[in-house]
Design a protein around this ligand. Structure first.
Ligand code: AMP
Ligand code: MG
Length: 286
């Protein structure tokens, strides 16, 4: 099964999140059962990132969105554990600072977009400006409603410069969110993650559903697709996202770049040094 095709929101499709099974795990019975496949994709991802970095032609932007406790941080942990940190940037977006709020809404995201050769991960993204902003009327409707087109234009600018964009909605159901909230209360190592807003935002579940659905309907394009990732099982979420990143990078048909030097000439220089330095050395050690 091709996961890009399986989980992608096709351009122009209607999205109905209630109909999508957040507990889907494909053919895997358990995490243990999926471990071998997870490892295969981690290895592929590592090699592809090396190629992306070496080729220095493309970049990849991964946007993670989801409700509270959907697993954005956990996904980043999993994906990054595989990658070379030199080829990665991670940016989390919270309530805009005074400086950010004094600019157009895309300013802070554009500045953080990945450079050629890099994988950039957005923990929340420019979509917050049509999600939380829409749900809570943080700006008037005539302002946020224009943002879908503005986002599509912004993403086109990035694509035109070699950035491939993957947008993931981590899909959990209300029961799973409550289970995770309970875990946060009961586990002292997780209590720091609790915020009042987790509870206030849950009251707006249906408003968020509509906002997510509209964003995915209006802004899923062939070049910058949205994916709805079943995320009740954390290991399946991680596997699905790794697979989609791998399938996307594979589709770029990247090649190792030609060396920037004449290898024959360099080989000659190397042997000359070896010979010269060898001549000065005693025959059998010291
Ligand atoms: P967290 O990701 O849990 O650290 O929370 C970040 C908070 O910042 C969430 O409550 C988001 O809704 C909020 N946030 C992110 N982007 C924006 C934005 N553009 N406008 C207003 N709030 C935002
Ligand atoms: Mg939070």
């Amino acid at each position: 099964m091709n996961y890009v095709k399986r989980f992608q929101v096709k351009a122009g499709d209607k999205v109905n999140l209630k109909e999508i099974d957040a507990g889907f795990r494909d053919r895997h019975r358990s995490h243990e059962h999926a471990l071998a496949e997870i490892e295969v994709y981690n290895n592929k991802l590592r090699k592809l990132q090396y190629l992306l970095y070496a080729e220095n032609k493309h970049s990849l932007l991964i946007c993670l969105q989801g409700r509270d406790a959907a697993g954005k941080d956990g996904t980043i942990n999993h994906v990054l554990a595989t990658l070379n940190p030199q080829g990665c940037t991670v940016n989390g977006f919270k309530v805009p600072s005074t400086e950010e709020a004094a600019h157009d809404f895309l300013w802070r995201y554009h500045k953080a977009a990945p450079a050629r050769g890099q994988i950039g991960i957005f923990n929340r993204s420019h979509y917050e400006d049509v999600l939380v902003v829409r749900v809570h009327d943080l700006v008037p409707k005539e302002v946020w409603s224009k943002r879908y087109d503005q986002i599509n234009d912004f993403e086109k600018i990035l694509q035109g410069n070699g950035t491939h964009i993957l947008k993931f909605y981590l899909h959990i159901d209300p029961d799973e969110q409550l289970k995770r909230f309970k875990k946060r209360i009961d586990d002292p190592r997780r209590q720091w993650k609790i915020s009042e807003s987790d509870y206030t935002e849950r009251h707006y579940w249906d408003d968020y559903t509509r906002a997510f659905e509209t964003a995915m309907e209006k802004c899923s394009t062939k070049q910058a697709p949205w994916f709805i990732i079943p995320a009740n099982y954390k290991w399946f979420r991680n596997l699905a996202i790794s697979r989609i990143i791998v399938e996307t990078l594979e589709s770029l048909h990247m090649k190792m770049p030609d060396p920037t030097v004449d290898i024959k000439d360099i080989r000659k220089k190397y042997h000359e040094i070896l010979k010269k330095e060898g001549e000065g050395k005693p025959e059998n050690g010291s």
